[in-house]
Design a protein around this ligand. Structure first.
Ligand code: NAD
Length: 494
């Protein structure tokens, strides 16, 4: 079958998923009747037409979320919210085939990758469900005369705007909404315009789980909708994942009412291979660290620093692994590399590859052309490997968000830590060594929110994830994540 034929055959599997806005527990068209069309990036064919929310729709959603927050939702007990989240986790599990299909069709990730969320997405919801009854304040003995009673109360922040990117659409909804609900907040989800469909299904599953009207609202739309959420005077917090540039816009737009912000932004992660590393494990890991999801991962290991003594052998091994990667139809279970999310992203990545060549890096695999005619209509870019990359080259400094690996050579371990840290980003970092002393000494010196030693890209609901520097602030996952949706009130009673 051609890509277009498998695509057409798959459409029946998502035909009944929602296409309207979810506001106040009801499905509705946009206030101005506007719609948008999402494109399947593997074929370039239209996938679905759906309502396109604008500022007026965000205003309606914020009103609904505020009413719900001040209404019965605030009276729910921790166990009520826990039960709802557990029901939601079960529903996510039961509907996972549709969720995976939606994300693969909408943003092009291989079906094996989206299917992997069958376990991780419900696990994430259950993790937050488990935390709900543990949230608590403390009692304090103050030293002021009269010995008043003082307790801290942990209260939900209020109405939360969640703005998400396209690279992991359904997971982002869970990552934003589950801790917000656990804390007792209400939420307006604004998914990325390139891949909004699974967020609407998430909204439907929340309703089925018994989440009351107005507590979870889903308003797909363009940047305008996100901008309105960020500046809206009645939104108390924004939780955002996306580019650093948009994060900076959101900081400015949110200043009016000093919203609480959590920002998960871009990255340019250093992945360091010392010459005592287990090369059998490290070389495939180095390739997958950057080529998974076609490089559309914020913490992709895009700057690969290889120690002198093993440099040439390691490059050969990475190239050999790269050559095994199968690019093609995202719905084929054999496919490891799907298309980029759209033609705009493809053009951006191709421009970076051209810049790498122009600045003198050596291209050893991939490049700007995809030879397979069957993939010509999609936004495919082959896994691309550059060697001879210098720290000052554009491809070594800027986030590309595509399948482009820059290999850099080093000979001194202090020097490589300095070079790894000389980035304006600080999201992830990797280190491979069999020397436990080096693992401790060097791992601690890397300035990044996550440092993986002898592994890469592992995630767990209990482990915090987030960035230093331009990679943002706040942490997702982990015990403290729910606390980002809580205020602390000191209650004095005499
Ligand atoms: P983006 O910043 O272009 O868009 C993200 C979201 O912001 C979309 O929903 C978009 O509509 C909205 N938006 C755009 N302009 C806005 C504005 N002015 N005000 C409010 N909202 C606005 O990001 P993207 O291209 O969709 O995603 C890729 C980026 O996301 C990369 O930089 C990547 O590193 C980052 N990312 C970070 C993490 C992390 O955990 N740190 C995870 C995934 C992706």
């Amino acid at each position: 079958m051609t890509l277009a034929q498998t695509f057409n055959a798959a459409l029946a599997g998502i035909a009944s998923t929602p296409r309207q806005l979810l506001i106040d527990g009801r499905w509705s068209d946009a206030a101005d009747g506007g719609t948008m069309v999402t494109i399947n990036p593997a074929t370039g064919l239209p996938l679905a037409e759906l309502a396109c929310g604008r500022a007026a729709d965000i205003d309606l959603a914020v009103t609904a979320a505020r009413r719900a927050f001040e209404g019965p939702w605030s009276a729910t007990t921790p166990y009520d919210r826990q039960r709802m989240l557990l029901r939601l986790a079960d529903l996510i599990e039961a509907n996972y085939d549709t969720i995976a299909l939606l994300d693969s069709l909408d943003m092009g990730a291989p079906i094996t990758r989206t299917q992997a969320g069958r376990h991780t997405a419900p696990q994430l919801v259950r993790y937050y469900a488990g935390l709900v009854p543990t949230l608590r304040g403390e009692t304090i003995t103050p030293s002021v005369p009269g010995a008043p009673f003082v307790a801290t109360l942990r209260e939900p922040v209020g109405v939360v705007g969640a703005i998400t990117p396209w690279n992991a659409p359904f997971r982002m909804c869970v990552w934003k909404a589950a801790p917000a609900l656990a804390a007792g907040c209400t939420i307006i989800l604004k998914p990325a315009e390139q891949s909004p469909l699974s967020a609407l299904l998430f909204g439907q599953l929340c309703l089925e789980a018994g989440v009351p009207p107005g507590v979870v609202n889903v308003v797909p739309g363009m940047a305008e909708a996100g901008q309105r959420l960020a500046e809206h005077p009645d939104v108390d917090k924004i939780t955002f994942t996306g580019s650093t540039r948009t994060g900076q816009h959101i900081i400015r737009a949110s200043a009016g009412n000093l919203k609480r912000l959590s920002l998960e932004l871009g990255g340019k992660s250093a992945h360091i291979i010392l010459d005592d590393a287990d090369l059998d494990l490290a070389a495939p890991a180095a390739a997958h660290a950057v080529f998974q999801n076609s490089g559309q991962i914020c913490s992709a290991g895009t700057r690969l620093f290889v120690e002198d003594g093993i440099h040439d052998e390691f490059v050969e091994r990475v190239l050999a692994e790269t050559a095994t990667l199968r690019m093609g139809d995202p719905l084929d279970p054999e496919t490891q590399i799907g298309p980029l999310v759209d033609q705009t992203q493809k053009t951006t990545v191709q421009q970076y590859i051209s810049t790498g060549l122009a600045e003198g890096a050596s291209l050893l695999a991939g490049g700007t052309d995809v030879e397979a005619e069957a993939l010509a209509a999609g936004s495919f870019v082959s896994p691309t490997v550059f060697t001879g990359v210098r720290d000052d080259m554009t491809i070594a400094r800027e986030e590309i968000f595509g399948p482009v690996l820059s290999i850099l050579r080093f000979s001194d371990r202090d020097e490589v830590i300095r070079r790894a840290n000389a980035s304006e980003y600080g999201l992830g970092a990797g280190l491979w060594t069999q020397d436990v002393s080096a693992a401790h000494a060097l791992g601690r010196r890397l300035r990044a929110g996550t440092v993986w030693v002898n592994c890469y890209q592992l995630m767990d609901p209990a482990v915090p994830f987030g960035g230093y520097k331009l990679s943002g602030y706040g942490r997702e996952s982990g015990y403290d994540h729910v606390h980002e949706f809580l205020e602390t009130k000191a209650l004095w009673i005499r």
